[in-house]
Write a protein that binds this ligand. Structure first.
Ligand SMILES: *Cc1c(COP(=O)(O)O)cnc(C)c1O
Length: 381
């Protein structure tokens, strides 16, 4: 049998990356900018049908730029999904802002419009509306954007879509990440496509994109000498890495198709087991199925998620719990948090019962069957 470790979501190169890298080397466009960056930005904007896209050093940097573009400063509130990776909210702290976390709703696992409505209403009464709302599209599943955007529009608060995990996903036919004022993607090594490390900021407004490029290159004024009137960052993507991104973008649709097949195989083999529930795909959305996620009801199965994770780990299979909600993180102790409903903390339940399964586009069918067998054994069925 194959004893190689089965990874959660390893990088998967297409084979064309070296051509773009080679070209960058041959033309000595190694740094700081270069034709791969311009082309990658155009190709991304084209693919997601966005007005403009700015290639940066990470998804986290893209969120930081987005907050900076929206003038989030000291003491300003920013609402953010609680059930997410810490990188969604860290840039709020970089800017000296005050995060407020919003619970999930059970269908999409993403930001609860009910909780958001209460949070916005209270903030309005306190005359302290947030400067932005960061909406995360978890594991490739789009949030309930119609409901969320209606609320945001009503209170006139801009939306930043954290689409780090959902490149290739759609909401009512539109790419996830292009519905809000600003959107961000990540090309970290574990995402659906990767540049080894990188991100993209997406703007519907070309002036904002121009300003983002300015801020991401140390906010250097137009002058021969180095002059600066604003605080900037060193956040641009390198031309070499943009070359990797171009080759990866060419195979994105193929990667989405494979991840969706991986999901279907897990679903087919496991959905009939009592106490096992897969993350649904909301109506009118397409998930890229970045990670297949399910919850285990311990009352029914008799086994906890932790013991299942242990069995998988003993079999050299990398699986993970669902993100630990940010309102439960020691870093954010004391932060305001709005529940889905008064007696219902959805994100905490998902954290306690959820598992992410190996879902890489290079996962072999035999490997996936090993994961499935291992899960069945762990649950004695
Ligand atoms: C990966 C990720 C990020 C951060 O992206 P990096 O490129 O690693 O900085 C932000 N938000 C979410 C939800 C992510 O999964």
């Amino acid at each position: 049998m194959n004893n190689d470790k089965i990874f959660l979501s390893p990088p998967h190169m297409s084979g064309n990356e070296m051509d773009y890298i080679q070209e960058a080397f041959e033309t000595n466009w190694i740094a700081p900018v270069g034709p791969n960056i311009d082309a990658f930005e155009k190709e991304m904007a084209n693919y997601i049908e966005a007005n403009d896209a700015v290639a940066v050093s990470s998804g986290t940097a893209a969120i930081h730029l987005a907050l900076s573009l929206l003038n989030v400063g000291k003491g300003d509130r920013v609402f953010c999904s609680s059930l997410t990776f810490v990188a969604s909210a860290n840039p709020i702290l970089y800017q000296g802002g005050e995060p407020v976390f919003i619970d999930s709703e059970p269908e999409s696992w993403n930001m609860s419009p009910e909780a958001l409505e209460r949070a916005l209403h209270e903030a309005f009464l306190e005359k302290k509306l947030p400067k932005a709302i960061i909406v995360v599209h978890l594991y490739g599943q789009s949030a309930k954007m119609d409901e969320i955007m209606a609320l945001a529009n009503h209170y006139n608060v801009p939306i930043i879509e954290d689409a780090a995990e959902s490149l290739g996903s759609t909401y009512k036919g539109k790419a996830s990440g292009v519905l809000g004022e600003l959107g961000i993607y990540s090309f970290n090594g574990n995402k659906i496509i990767t540049t080894s490390g990188g991100g993209m900021l997406v703007c519907q407004n070309s002036d904002l994109a121009k300003k983002a490029r300015f801020l991401a290159t140390q906010a250097r004024d137009e002058a021969l000498h180095y002059q600066h009137s604003k605080l900037g960052f060193n956040y641009r993507m390198s031309n070499v890495l943009a070359g990797i991104g171009r080759a990866q973008l060419e195979v994105l649709e193929d990667r989405v198709a494979i991840r969706r097949t991986v999901f279907q195989r897990y679903h087919q083999e496991l959905h009939q087991l009592p106490g096992v529930f897969f993350m649904e795909e909301l109506q009118h959305t397409r998930s890229n199925r970045w990670l297949t996620t399910l919850t285990i009801d311990k009352e029914v199965t008799g086994v906890s998620t932790n013991s299942i994770l242990k069995s998988l780990s003993d079999a050299n299979i990398e699986a993970r719990p669902v993100w630990k909600p940010l309102h439960l993180q020691p870093l954010f102790k004391g932060t305001k948090f709005y529940l889905h409903r008064e007696d219902q903390c959805v994100s905490e339940r998902l954290f306690n019962t959820g598992i992410c399964l190996p879902s890489g586009s290079s996962l072999k069918e035999v490997e996936q069957m090993m994961v499935i067998d291992c899960l069945r054994n762990a649950m004695n069925c």
